[in-house]
Write a protein that binds this ligand. Sequence first.
Ligand code: GMT
Length: 381
Amino acid sequence: MSSLRPLKIGIVCYPSVGGSGIVASALGEELARRGHEVHFIGYERPFRLPAQAPRIYFHPVVINDYGLFRYPDYTLPLSVKMAEVSRDHGLDVLHVHYAVPHATAAILARSMLPEGDRPGVVTTLHGTDTTLLGRDPGYGPAIRHALERSDAITTVSAYLAQETRELLGMNLSIDVIPNFFAPNAPKRPRDEVRRELGITTEALVLHASNLRPPKRIDFLLETAARVRPREGFRLVILAGGDFRPFEADVRRLGLEGRVIVREKVVDIEDYLQACDIGLFTSEMESFCVSILEAMAFGAPSAAFAVGGVPEVTVSGETGLLVPFGDLAALTGSVESLIRDPALRARLGRAARERAERLFSAATIVPRYEELYRRVLSRARG
Ligand code: GMT
């Protein structure tokens, strides 16, 4: 803990499976470990947040279902709760992850409070809040409004900062603060997990995602089906969404027995330590936390070079990246990683080193602390 006064920080994020919620939860945990008081506000406790931890509090937002409303509203009860928690706990900063609707709710919450009691607002953009919703005429102006009024804006990659400026047509001051990963110790030994997955001599290829359309699970399965020899690998999919819609494709491609699905895994480190290679097929990622998670456990990934992915892993050094949609090249990359354990080990070592140097809690969390203090000193000034 530093000699500076500990801060009181409110964090708002999506609580369910998804990179932005995972990173926001980890940030809250790390800030609390460093002596700050952290208040999570949302409709559900973030799923990766420990049930009990010193200096971490969760404030649920209660949403009433009024018959008059055709669509239930979350933004207003959220902003009321944010204002209430800010006032009751004297928050210094409200840090919202994902602009919609969190940034708008934060700006509204702040304006509900008396001038001297207003927390600073930090908005972290994660991806589709800019690249998808920023283009939507029903959301774009509200996002722009909330960003203009935020005290600081961060993006998780330089790619996303550039996209945000271009798309929203604003000359915003943006701090690029990449995501980080602070792995927990695995709960089970590597061999036990590999046994559970039926691995003997084959390589274990891992994919982890929420399975939403941009993850291109069709490409993932198609690539797995092209890899030769088939007996050389098994693909474990850590599914943060419903895998049932893809089961027919697994059968059509003859991948039964090659593909193993595990749903809603919390102890992700158990599987990360057991895997040899990551495989990711997203058509867009501003960052891709899953590639970083694999890197931290010394596993190089094969993926498409889209969005901010090349900022996370360097092709030929810590992983293998190919142009989007080139399934032949992606298959070739996976095959070479399976076939060549020395290549895998070299890239894996460099991947782990890069993850620790650039994307660890020790590197990234102080950058948020500095940002909070800068916002506060500006407010005081
Ligand atoms: O923006 C999204 O699609 C959702 C979001 C999430 O909650 O997982 O994903 C984005 O944020 C992650 C954490 O910063 C990034 O790792 C993902 O690349 C990013 N997704 C996209 O840009 C599509």
